[in-house]
Design a protein around this ligand. Sequence first.
Ligand SMILES: CC(C)(COP(=O)(O)OP(=O)(O)OC[C@H]1O[C@@H](n2cnc3c(N)ncnc32)[C@H](O)[C@@H]1OP(=O)(O)O)[C@@H](O)C(=O)NCCC(=O)NCCS
Length: 179
Amino acid sequence: MIPLETQRLILRDFVESDWPGVHQYASDREVVRYLTFGPNSEEDTKNFLQREISLQSKEPRQHFALGVTLKPQKQLIGICRISVQDIGNTIGSIGYSFTKQFWGQGYATEAVKAVVSFGFQELNLHRIFATCHPENIASTRVMQKIGMQQEGYLREHHWIKEEWRDSWLYAILEYEWIF
Ligand SMILES: CC(C)(COP(=O)(O)OP(=O)(O)OC[C@H]1O[C@@H](n2cnc3c(N)ncnc32)[C@H](O)[C@@H]1OP(=O)(O)O)[C@@H](O)C(=O)NCCC(=O)NCCS
């Protein structure tokens, strides 16, 4: 159930007043370098949050973009998302981004583990996948550390920031997940 709790983090639904925390990472050129969006204007960030908040009440809910907050200060340090991509085949995808000052402390790995557990246990998914830019070493490490397997290389499947981008495809199956 949302919120999700880990040793150091709480992952919860976004509220409108989160926009400055979201904007910190979404407006940072280095953070969004490999992402489909950004760098955001303040208006982009507020629109993004409004869209995400409106999706929270959709039934059945298929999209969970969660604000990652640090215990105990409740400071927003990033986003971790899980989405049901294919209900019939119970396939989900994940994505994540963190404010730069919090990189390299294992927070993404901790948050991603929580959403993957949620995906298998609560959303009853069979397969969860993620993609990342081949040069995005940190993201690749996160997927490897949580036990995802590299399944393939997607050539020029994303038109991002005026160029075609390749991606690594990683995935994990329900019976491979150690709860
Ligand atoms: C990807 C991202 C979420 C990782 O967050 P994080 O909290 O720093 O991740 P973690 O600390 O859990 O793990 C990062 C791992 O990558 C490693 N790493 C980071 N940069 C690296 C580099 N240049 N070379 C080698 N390893 C690197 C870290 O050492 C760590 O691995 P380790 O635990 O084996 O030492 C963060 O870098 C980010 O927000 N990037 C911008 C947004 C983005 O690209 N999101 C993913 C889209 S697919």
